[in-house]
Design a protein around this ligand. Structure first.
Ligand SMILES: NC(=O)c1ccc[n+]([C@@H]2O[C@H](COP(=O)([O-])OP(=O)(O)OC[C@H]3O[C@@H](n4cnc5c(N)ncnc54)[C@H](OP(=O)(O)O)[C@@H]3O)[C@@H](O)[C@H]2O)c1
Length: 233
């Protein structure tokens, strides 16, 4: 179990959306320092927040952040993109970009920070997936989140010997810019952030943030044709 109080934490994509809510939640629980990243420089006036530039598509950018943030105990791989296009007819570059951010970006950060977590006692790695890791109908995004889920599960295996808690998070719709065009019930970023950090602090290996996500995971043993998001049917 990793308690947040007095820990040094890093949140990718912490400037906005769910990442910003995670930064707020971590500070509320007593984190000593939170590195919060964005693709361009920005200012956060709170004394515990250290802002940093990060482009997860760039190994050099990830390595530069790891140089600066060598005191991190907990890493949140939150940064992600959703480029809505069908797999067959959408721009193929959108597919490769989605995987570059949501899968390879997450893995670049994990590879760069694993030695840091080990040096600092193990700590935790928290990776954002989605209910769409399990449900068809969201093109490259769902495919990338399925791959990220698998990456997380293997990282848990590979990081066990250094005592790093690895948490995979699956969430339904959250009210952020990512899904602003979708007129569906959404959880607030603050409530999702609280559930994620609750799971981390309770030694969870997986956090399912809402009932739709819990039902989707339960449906995995059933017929694959039923694994679609309600709007895709
Ligand atoms: N919203 C939902 O309904 C929902 C549901 C399930 C899971 N999720 C997942 O939750 C995470 C956060 O999503 P969100 O809803 O907060 O999305 P969002 O509002 O669109 O924010 C995306 C975040 O990712 C960062 N980012 C995007 N591309 C990046 C890159 N190439 N390098 C570094 N940072 C990058 C952005 O940083 P900048 O500030 O630089 O733009 C931003 O902070 C994502 O992994 C998403 O897939 C979201």
């Amino acid at each position: 179990m990793v308690a947040v109080a007095d820990k040094v934490v890093m949140v990718t994509g912490g400037r906005r959306g769910l990442g910003a809510a995670l930064v707020d939640e971590l500070l509320a629980r007593g984190a000593r320092k939170v590195y919060s990243t964005a693709r361009s420089a920005y200012v956060d006036e709170r004394p515990e927040v250290v802002t940093a530039e990060l482009e997860v598509r760039s190994a050099a950018s990830v390595a530069a952040l790891a140089e600066v943030a060598a005191d991190v105990d907990i890493v949140f791989n939150n940064a992600g993109i959703l480029l809505p296009a069908p797999l067959l007819t959408g721009d193929f570059e959108d597919v490769t970009m989605t995987f570059d951010v949501n899968v390879f970006g997450l893995l670049r950060v994990a590879r760069a920070f694993a030695p840091i977590l080990a040096a600092n006692g193990g700590g935790a790695l928290v990776n954002m997936h989605s209910v769409l890791s399990w449900l068809a109908g969201s093109g490259a995004y769902g495919a990338s989140k399925a791959a990220a889920w698998s990456v997380t599960n293997s990282l848990r295996f590979e990081l066990a010997s250094q005592n790093t808690q690895v948490v995979g998070v699956h969430a339904g719709f959250i009210d952020t810019e990512m899904v602003s065009a979708m007129d569906l019930p959404k959880a607030t970023p603050a409530e999702v952030a609280a559930r994620i950090v609750d799971g981390l602090e309770a030694a969870a290996t997986e956090v399912l943030t809402d009932d739709v996500t819990i039902a989707a995971k339960a449906a995995l043993s059933g017929p694959v044709e039923r694994l679609t998001f309600p709007t895709a049917r």
